[in-house]
Design a binder for this molecule. Sequence first.
Ligand code: ADP
Ligand code: MG
Length: 445
Amino acid sequence: MDSPQLEEAWDAFCSFIKAHRPLAEYSNWIAPIQVLKSTESSLVLSVPNIFVQDYLIENYQEEFFSFLPSELQGKCQLFFIVESSIEKSKEPEELDPGLKSPLLPSLNRHYTFENFIEGPSNQFVKSAAIGVAMRPGKTYNPLVIHGGVGLGKTHLLHSIAHFISARHPKLQVQCITTEAFVNDLVQSLKNRSVDHLKRHYRSLDVLLVDDIQFLQNKKNFEEEFSSMFEALIHQGKQIVITSDKPPQQLGFSDRLTARMEWGLVASVGVPDLETRVAILQHKADKKGLTLKQSIAFFIAEHVVQNVRQLEGAVNRLSAYCKLMGTEATEEVVEKTLAEILHQAPKKRITVESIIKSVAATFDIGPQELKSSSRTKHIAFPRQVAMYLAKELISSDSLSRLASFFGGKTHSTLLHSWQKIKKQMEQDQEMREQIERVRGSLIDLP
Ligand code: ADP
Ligand code: MG
């Protein structure tokens, strides 16, 4: 049941802010918030985005609570619903209406080859995809693209569909998720229209199947898929499949596994630092956000494993900058991306692992880094290792970190950290070298 008490407190709070704070403060942060529901002890607020929510909690929650009647002090809870998340999940403008039909999943119009940034981790698979798109059924058939989450498999699959639809408009192209394929099949079994469905699939010129791992442990569907697959391949029709693992690891029948390996199996890997920076710059550009190179590097150093997260970082940053009318400065990045940037790296990093990597990079022995030698070719790598230890390990005190380097003191470690940090700002080559060591420590194995 709606209870007016909290709503009244909210109104009183709003009037107070409006009267006592700069008007811009009120109109940017408080006015857009609407009360959706109020109960005896909770208030559900709709906010236009997550920033308004965070801002309210951080800056005004206590103040709002002071407007509550005394019997409710300490009892009221705030809940938020982000309006934009509801709208965004529909993303109608992302969808290409010309390519929509019950059987066709909508293609994301941004997923094109032009928008796919290449680097050593994906160059090969991108050229294979372009090859297939230029001459469907004539180069690699099937083409199987596998790799981890958020590394661009769906992007490449849609790029092939866009390219073929534009270049070869007469060809029947269908891009489908495996889940939708299974659903269609279930539906047609219910309607007794399986033959119709089979005829439809067999009449295609190009079939693009996303996330084939969805067929795992679904033997009947796997068989149905296998026979459709063979029928198409035998007619020289192009098939492209994406998967989160290589074919042998999917646990499919030997027959389907062998078929999948007939053509070309190519993987998308985790992009290296330079590629991540290029992707960030590309995404920022599309959003009209200016990203200084040093900031792009900073983000790319922290967001390592997943391009979707990089994209999320840009979206978040761009929303914040637009909302606040500000530039993407270091402070803004720290503030908006805090939770993304401070995620613990997947691998546990130890001082020993840092010493090992640094020693290997500079071609010296790990013991030398722990010695008290002051010769430059040892002292400098030692400072680099100390810098990385402070940067990457927050769980130990500086004294403890320093003790790994042959019993140095915490002030030596701090001094090394400052020195290297400064030099990195001035010397690009050195920065890249150190970033490579850092990358080798935090990248996935
Ligand atoms: P997957 O299907 O492998 O899980 P997606 O294709 O959905 O990953 O990619 C996740 C997001 O990352 C998409 O928005 C995609 O545009 C973007 N992305 C991935 N790789 C690249 C790349 N090399 N260049 C530009 N954007 C990329
Ligand atoms: Mg995908």
